[in-house]
Each structure stands twice: as structure tokens, then as C-alpha cells.
Design a protein around this ligand. Structure first.
Ligand code: GTP
Ligand code: MG
Length: 252
């Protein structure tokens, strides 16, 4: 019965955190990861599909990134789990969750949508935050404000936000030693209040390192170009983690 109730994962982050490119990577550039259950992420409407397709254009050296256009309002993506053998009804894919980008500022989207969510993905742009103290302060303040306003479970002792929160450091391809870094320590390096706010509010959280492109784009004739084929890194891990939490909750 519970399986009938598909739930939404909310994708959220401050301006320029990499929301658009993260969605493009899931839809356009995902490749099969060895030993992991494959997922497919598809736009739920023609308008959303057209928006994703316009985020990148072919370039002689690879793929040019096109930014600056917000997804259509109420745009939605669907996450399918793919299995090697046909399941019930002879299907090889099963719809497991919706993914809804939020363009809302810190504090909103509508509490009902959040209260119903099976998880929240919060993006923070690691390279942008490392390059500018002003950007870092703006992102950290966005982050702590947003965490403080997530809906709390009534009557629960702190940390009272029960929805799983996956914090993703994006643009990690810009940092040479990213693979060796611990994600949580990296987040904390932007300010101790980041971890303090997570621990104070969120009963379930995890920190991830992601790269939507796999390699840092290079400037080519006024465009940002990913040389060759983009190879996203770590973009499914936060979704897998939220879906595992969702499955555990359904089994309980
Ligand atoms: N190197 C690198 N750059 C990235 C990555 N993800 C995003 N960026 C860059 O970061 C900037 C912001 O990315 P967007 O995807 O437009 O971010 P957004 O959150 O949708 O931004 P707004 O819609 O303006 O709020 C762009 O210049 C991207 O090219 C990544 O994984 N690696
Ligand atoms: Mg965007």
C-alpha cells in the first residue's frame, strides 16, 4: 500500500550552487556504476525536458554549458530504479520517487511540500565558496537559515527535523585533492556553524562530494566547455542514501 504513495525529493540550494547542472547531469550524462543498482532520471514534462536539453550544447571540443535559465515552475523529474530482470507486470523499471527542484529562497518552499518529502538535497558550491569570502558567507547563511526553517516533527526532542537531509558539495572537480578529502570536514572548513546547524536540527543527515561534469569546464571562446564527454561523479549517492532511508522507513 505504501508503495502507492510516491514521495518527492526536494533539490534546493543557494543561487549558483549548481542545481541546474546537477539535474542536467542526472538526465543527460549518467553512466552505469559498477556493482550499484542503476537509476534513470527523466523529466516529467515536455517543458522540463526542453529546459534540460538547453543546459548544454555540443561543441567541437566536448560539451558547452549554458546557464542562467531557471527551470519551468513546478518542473518535476522522475527517478526510476532499473533491474536486470523483468519484475511484476514484466517491467524492468519501477518509479521510486519524484525529484522536485526548488527555486525558492531560504526558508520557503511551501511547508506542505517539505513535510511530505522523503528527502531534501541541499547543494553548496565548494569552488565558489573557496574562491570568495563573500560567496562563502552568503552560502553559509543560506544554509543555516534553511536548516533552521525545515519542518520539525511535532513533539520530537531536538534534533527534530526527521526528513533525511543530504548535503552535497558541488563543483568538487575544481579542487585537485577532492578525492582525498573528507566531505564532512570539507563542509566544516567553510564555517563550524554549518555542522553545528546540521547537528542541532537534523536527525538524519549525510554529506556528499559531487561533480556534475566530472571535470572542470574550460573557457573556450566565451563558453564554458567540458572537454570530451561529461562524467558525473557521486551524483547518485545522495539519491541512493535518501531512497535507502525511505525503504527502511517503509519496512518499519
Ligand atoms: N566545475 C564545475 N562547475 C559546476 C558544477 N556544477 C555547477 N557548476 C558551475 O556553477 C555555476 C552554477 O551552476 P548552475 O547549475 O547554474 O547553478 P544553479 O543553482 O542552477 O544556479 P541558479 O539557477 O542561478 O540559482 C555554473 O557556472 C556552473 O557551470 C560542477 O559539478 N563542476
Ligand atoms: Mg539554475
Amino acid at each position: 500500500m505504501h508503495n502507492e504513495r510516491r514521495r518527492s525529493i526536494i533539490l534546493w540550494g543557494p543561487p549558483g550552487s549548481g542545481k541546474s547542472l546537477y539535474l542536467a547531469s542526472l538526465v543527460m550524462w549518467l553512466t552505469r556504476e559498477p556493482n550499484e543498482r542503476p537509476f534513470a532520471v527523466l523529466p516529467a514534462s515536455d517543458a522540463t525536458a526542453a529546459w534540460v536539453a538547453r543546459r548544454s550544447i555540443p561543441h567541437p571540443d566536448g560539451v558547452a554549458l549554458v546557464g542562467g535559465v531557471a527551470p519551468p515552475t513546478d518542473s518535476l523529474f522522475r527517478i526510476y530504479s532499473i533491474s536486470g530482470t523483468p519484475g511484476e507486470l514484466g517491467r524492468r523499471s519501477a518509479l521510486v520517487a519524484d525529484l522536485a527542484p526548488s527555486e525558492a529562497t531560504a526558508g520557503d518552499p511551501s511547508p506542505t511540500r517539505l513535510a511530505d518529502a522523503s528527502g531534501v538535497i541541499l547543494l553548496l558550491p565548494a569552488a565558489t565558496m573557496a574562491a570568495s569570502a563573500e560567496a562563502r558567507d552568503a552560502c553559509v547563511s543560506w544554509f543555516t537559515t534553511t536548516l533552521a526553517r525545515l519542518p520539525e516533527q511535532a513533539g520530537a526532542a531536538p534534533p527534530a527535523v526527521s526528513v533525511p537531509v543530504a548535503v552535497c558539495l558541488t563543483q568538487t572537480d575544481e579542487v585537485p585533492d577532492a578525492v582525498r578529502r573528507d566531505a564532512t570536514e570539507w563542509l566544516e572548513s567553510f564555517g563550524a556553524e554549518t555542522l553545528r546547524a546540521l547537528r542541532a536540527h537534523c536527525a538524519r543527515f549525510a554529506v556528499f562530494k559531487v561533480s556534475s561534469t566530472g571535470r572542470a569546464p574550460r573557457p573556450r571562446g566565451g563558453l564554458d566547455v567540458v572537454i570530451g564527454t561529461p562524467e558525473p561523479r557521486g551524483v547518485l549517492a545522495p539519491l541512493r542514501w535518501i531512497l535507502a532511508n525511505q525503504a527502511a522507513e517503509m519496512a518499519a
